[in-house]
Design a protein. Structure first.
Length: 302
């Protein structure tokens, strides 16, 4: 592989296993250059330098937030200029890497990063920001023992729970309008998940069948309901459908959100607040190194 460079999250750069893996790559007569971030603003500068140096493949070592920084940086350049992206998962959750089948251990991830093939995958633009995995909208609160397991599973390991909504805000959901090409929903929502990838919140399956190269987002909304309707909500969460009464699932190429109050959003774990957001899939915008049998690729759909 000619012209390859690694960008390491500065907090991870001194981990012995990472340093050993880099030295092992160099022992194979591969000229692997290394750059290290100190703060989030460094990523754009380092990606820009790599493009100026005609680097063909960038290896990003860090968690979902570091990968998100790289995706945002790459999307600022023309598609023809963007180097291929490989991921060494080193965060606490690594949801995107887990779902796509990128190995969790550093030596195996490096082996894939060096030898693996790159596939054209989608990212999603949210106003002026980008993400590649999942955006979630709604309330952040702690999980309690009373939260039903199905809700925990869907709402993401404690990131968004109805119990917390009741406790913190007296069960006042967000009211607004969501529009996709199939139509418009105006009303109250508790949580929404807008997914390019499959997992979020530390391994919770928000979109079990999502593909990252189909030009579509998988969208799931949990509408407002009263306590007596909780059993039906839990049943609908197990198999969300387009015609669900409380839990609605569909796919779309774009989504417009218009809320009178600011809606808290999470883009690949990064907080973002706005009351008007345009989500739009950017097809084949990232050339991503993945295992050939990754279940998130259309060619491997059963």
């Amino acid at each position: 592989m000619e012209s390859i460079r690694a960008i390491l999250n500065g907090k991870k750069a001194n981990i012995p296993e990472l340093r050993q893996a880099i030295l092992a790559v160099r022992d194979r007569d591969i000229d692997l250059q290394v750059r290290v971030t100190w703060e989030s603003a460094d990523m754009f500068r380092l990606v820009s330098e790599a493009i100026c140096d005609r680097v063909k493949r960038l290896i990003i070592a860090g968690g979902d937030g570091t990968v998100n920084e790289a995706v945002n940086a790459l999307n600022q350049f023309r598609a023809s200029e963007r180097p291929q992206l490989a991921i060494i998962p080193m965060g606490t959750a690594n949801d995107f890497a887990t779902a796509t089948g990128i190995p969790s251990d550093i030596p195996s991830a490096f082996d894939l990063a060096i030898k693996g093939s790159a596939y054209a995958v989608d990212s999603v633009r949210a106003n002026d920001r980008y993400f590649m995995n999942v955006a979630a909208a709604g309330f952040g609160a702690e999980v309690t023992a009373e939260t039903p397991i199905e809700l925990k599973d869907f709402l993401g390991g404690g990131a968004y729970t109805l119990t917390g909504v009741v406790k913190a805000l007296g069960f006042k959901p967000y009211s607004g309008t969501l529009t996709i090409d199939k139509g418009t929903f105006t009303g109250e929502i508790l949580v929404g998940a807008f997914c390019n990838g499959r997992l979020a919140g530390g391994g919770q399956e928000l979109a079990p069948n999502a593909l990252i190269d189909d030009g579509l987002m998988d969208l799931t909304l949990v509408k407002s309901f009263v306590a007596t309707e909780l059993p039906q909500v839990i049943e609908e969460l197990k198999s969300p459908a387009e015609d669900g009464k409380y839990v609605v699932h569909t796919q779309a190429r774009w989504l417009d959100i218009d809320f009178p109050q600011t809606l808290p959003i999470n883009l690949d774990g990064e907080p973002y607040r706005s009351n008007q957001i345009r989500f739009e899939v950017v097809p084949s915008s990232i050339s991503l190194v993945l295992p050939e049998n990754s279940l998130c690729l259309s060619k491997n759909r059963a």
